[in-house]
Design a protein around this ligand. Structure first.
Ligand SMILES: [Zn+2]
Length: 122
C-alpha cells in the first residue's frame, strides 16, 4: 500500500486552491521500493477550466517519480476515461475533488481502479 505524508497532501491541496478555477496537475516524487510519496514535483502543464494535461516531454525521466496528482475544480474525484489512460504511467494517481480536502482526495492505481493509501502524520 502506498503511503503519503499528510503535509505533502496538504501542500497539493493548497496549490490546487491557488490554481482555481483551473485544474492543477503535478507529479509525485518518492520511493518506489518503500511505496512512499515524499514530495510534490511541479511540472509545466497546460491547464484550462475543464482539463489539464502535462506535456509528456516535460516529464522528468526519473526513478523518483512515482505518481501523478490532479484536481477536478468542478466535479468529484471520479476518474474520467482520459484520466484512466493517463494513469497507466504510474502506480499511484490522486484526484482532488472540489472542495479540496483530504476527505475528497481519491486514489487510483495504474489501471484506474480505486486504491487505498495510508496517510502518515507529519
Ligand atoms: Zn481528471
Amino acid at each position: 500500500m502506498w503511503k503519503i505524508k499528510q503535509s505533502v497532501l496538504l501542500n497539493a491541496i493548497l496549490a490546487a486552491n491557488n490554481f482555481l478555477p483551473e485544474e492543477f496537475v503535478c507529479l509525485l516524487g518518492g520511493d518506489k521500493k518503500k511505496n512512499e510519496v515524499s514530495e510534490i514535483v511541479f511540472v509545466p502543464s497546460e491547464t484550462s477550466e475543464d482539463s489539464a494535461s502535462i506535456n509528456t516531454l516535460s516529464i522528468p525521466f526519473d526513478e523518483t517519480i512515482v505518481g501523478s496528482l490532479h484536481s477536478h475544480p468542478f466535479t468529484s474525484g471520479t476518474a474520467s476515461e482520459e484520466d484512466k489512460r493517463f494513469f497507466g504511467k504510474y502506480s499511484l494517481n490522486i484526484i482532488l475533488g472540489h472542495p479540496y480536502t483530504i476527505e475528497n482526495a481519491q486514489f487510483f492505481d495504474e489501471k484506474g481502479n480505486r486504491t487505498q493509501i495510508l496517510i502518515l502524520e507529519g
